[in-house]
Design a protein around this ligand. Structure first.
Ligand code: G3P
Ligand code: CA
Length: 261
């Protein structure tokens, strides 16, 4: 750990370091590690031939040179398209990676936050597939499964009792925190604007971790760090790292002056 960065605080690179490289590509994950991310967030869908692929949308059109639904195409078909060129010629040749390729690249250098997405409906086999890959790479202690889809989270909790599970939300309903406790989901991944002192206090009282998304500006990172969030998901892990180091140093100085140093 770098001097000054609080122990246990997660610098989470959103879709890799997507501020610098095409989202959800190996280039983006490589960059995230180089910039000091301690956790990498990525999105997964299931192909027609039941491979877990790392892509945000259910359709190829926004992020690749192809078009069509992931669920209607094979991995080979999907990987025939370019997922890097849109961000610049230096990224030409980047592909939509299979989750196994990401596991091999990351190779335990950072934790992973695997967000499970849906196609036209929920993918019935995707949780089993993701859990199998995590087990194959012996990454159980380094993975957080998250989703907006609670059925996936319940299935993951039931089939992998030790795995960390996080519920994603962009609106706060009165029972979200109690539901997380009841379902044995360890973490909350709220939209950052929902995070305030009250949410943090309620989360702490219930023993829940809080990682906020997606925060790309230093003043907002500082606000969240001062509230004591456990992690921040950002397109710019280097900015988060330097901001967190600064906030942590200020807090240490304040603690020392209070203690009479
Ligand atoms: O995991 C937080 C964030 O990634 C959720 O939103 O749309 O970027 O997948 P989105
Ligand atoms: Ca995501």
């Amino acid at each position: 750990m770098e001097m000054g960065l609080s122990a246990g605080f997660d610098v989470v690179a959103h879709r890799g370091a997507m501020g610098y490289a095409p989202e959800n590509t190996l280039a983006s994950f490589r960059k995230a590690i180089a910039l000091g991310a301690t956790m990498i967030e990525l999105d997964v869908h299931l192909t027609k031939d039941h491979e877990v692929v790392v892509i945000h949308d259910s359709d190829l059109v926004r992020t690749t040179t192809g078009r069509g639904l992931v669920e209607e195409m094979t991995l080979t078909e999907i990987q025939s398209f370019d997922a890097g060129i849109a961000m610049g010629p230096e990224f030409r040749g980047e592909k939509v990676p299979a989750l196994q390729e990401v596991m091999e690249l990351v190779n335990h250098q950072a934790a992973l936050n695997i967000e499970i997405k849906a196609g036209r409906t929920l993918y019935p086999a995707i949780v089993d597939k993701v859990l199998q890959i995590i087990a194959d790479y012996r990454a159980e202690d380094e993975v957080v499964i998250s989703s907006f889809h609670k059925a996936y989270l319940r299935e993951a909790r039931q089939k992998a009792p030790k795995l960390e599970v996080a519920v994603l939300f962009d609106k706060l309903s009165p029972d979200t925190l109690d539901e997380a406790v009841q379902e044995k989901w360890q973490s909350l991944h709220p939209w950052y604007r929902l995070v305030d002192g009250e949410l943090m206090e309620e989360a702490r009282r219930r023993g829940l971790l809080v990682r906020a998304w997606t925060v790309n500006r230093a003043p907002e990172m500082t606000r969240l760090l001062q509230l004591g969030v456990n992690g921040i998901i950002t397109n710019f892990p280097d900015l988060l790292r330097s901001t967190a180091t600064g906030v942590s140093a200020e807090q240490t100085a304040a603690d020392q002056s209070e203690g009479g140093f």
